[in-house]
Design a protein around this ligand. Sequence first.
Ligand code: ZN
Length: 113
Amino acid sequence: MPSAGQQAKRRQRQIVTEIAKLGLCLPGSLVTRTTRCGTPTCRCHSDPGQLHGPYPTWIRKVGAKSVTRTLNPAQLERYRPLFDNTKRLRQLVTELEELSAQVVDEAEGWERG
Ligand SMILES: [Zn+2]
């Protein structure tokens, strides 16, 4: 039977291998948005119920600014997996952190809080 240390090492390798295979990971979030267009006479400016959309939209922070990209259906299909990759990356990083804390706690004989 493998020791806790060996098990932790094996899981660590699995996590790193899965991260290496992930591919591109898009930052920010994929949301659905309604918008106003640039034509002042358009009904979207006079009636809040007549906004354009909803459109799938990618929003991310760049420094203090928020960057918004409206996606067409083909782009949505193309890039949705890249948001799923980011979600998986976060899960894997969190698991690696927890595993690391566990290994260090055990190595030092520190009680788990
Ligand atoms: Zn409009």
